[in-house]
Ligand binder design. Structure first.
Ligand SMILES: Nc1ncnc2c1ncn2[C@@H]1O[C@H](COP(=O)(O)OP(=O)(O)OP(=O)(O)O)[C@@H](O)[C@H]1O
Length: 267
């Protein structure tokens, strides 16, 4: 276990807009350990996606440093795979081909076609989609599309899995099912995960730590809840667990009462 697998120090993000500069993130400091599951939660527009995009290397911070696995984050990399809310699959390719494309990009220089095919099948099996391998995105459900997105990300064997509200567009039952599946997959792969969510129950169920962000502009990390619930976690048993209920209340209290403005809390 490396103590600081991701190390974000004094990160700032200022966007240039038509109306002038917009200070989205201010003084964000966060370290993530290898194998940790972190969720980012906060009110709409506070900067969760902005922070995730910085870790993904899709945007560059205007200040501070961002380190992953001992190196400065200098752009997107297969070692930091992203799963978005709207699956972003290529519609003209089958599920298999969508995953294979990512596998090929990462491993084709060193591995045979047979090995690439095996990786693709293994990733599809991990999310329970072997039978749907030959279908195109318009022939499968929303939940299945998200599973292909997750398979595609996992197939790259990323050091970090970055997820931006991956289940946000799904109905409650499909969402619960995919959360359970994600718990199982992460337990099996030991992945480090940073996930954006709006859902307090999702955050408590999945996380080792819940990073709660203050409202913008100049949003920052308001507080962090360490979730000390044993794994594997069972959603039905947890619903009655006083510790679970306490964690849930802490997050709700932050979101609805403290509103996450450190300057106001200190006053
Ligand atoms: N490229 C950009 N240019 C200008 N402003 C931006 C840009 N991207 C994000 N912002 C602004 O930065 C703030 C944070 O946006 P972000 O999408 O990170 O919030 P969020 O917490 O992920 O929101 P939501 O929960 O609604 O998805 C918002 O005020 C948004 O308008």
């Amino acid at each position: 276990m490396s103590a600081k697998f991701i190390d974000i120090s004094k990160a700032e993000m200022v966007f240039n807009t038509k109306k002038g500069q917009f200070h989205a993130l201010a003084n964000v400091n966060l370290t993530v350990e290898q194998g940790e599951f972190i969720t980012l939660i906060g009110h709409s527009g506070c900067g969760k996606s902005t922070l995730l995009n910085l870790i993904a290397g899709l945007t560059t911070p205007t200040g501070g440093t961002m380190i992953c696995n001992g190196r400065e984050i200098a752009g997107p990399s297969p070692e930091r795979a992203v799963v978005f809310q709207n699956h972003s699959l290529l519609p003209w390719l089958t599920c298999y081909e969508n995953v294979y494309l990512a596998v090929e990009r990462v491993f084709s220089a060193k591995e045979s076609n047979k090995q690439l095919q095996e990786r693709t099948w293994a990733a599809l099996a991990l999310v329970g989609l072997t039978a749907a391998a030959g279908k195109r995105p318009n022939e499968i459900s929303g939940g299945m599309k998200q599973r292909v997105g997750i398979a595609r990300a996992l197939a790259m064997e990323p050091k970090v899995l970055l997820m931006d509200e991956p289940f946000g567009a799904l109905d409650a039952l499909t969402r619960a099912h995919l959360q359970d599946e994600l718990l199982r997959i992460v337990a099996a792969t030991g992945s480090t995960v940073v996930m954006v969510t709006h859902d307090v129950d999702e955050a408590v169920l999945l996380s080792d730590r819940i990073v709660m962000m203050s409202n913008g502009p100049a949003a920052t990390i308001g507080d962090i809840v360490q979730v000390r619930l044993a794994r594997p976690r069972d959603r039905l048993a947890l619903a009655q667990d006083p510790l679970y209920i306490d964690y849930r209340s802490s997050v709700l209290e932050f979101l609805y009462h403290r509103q996450g403005r450190p300057a106001q809390r200190a006053a």
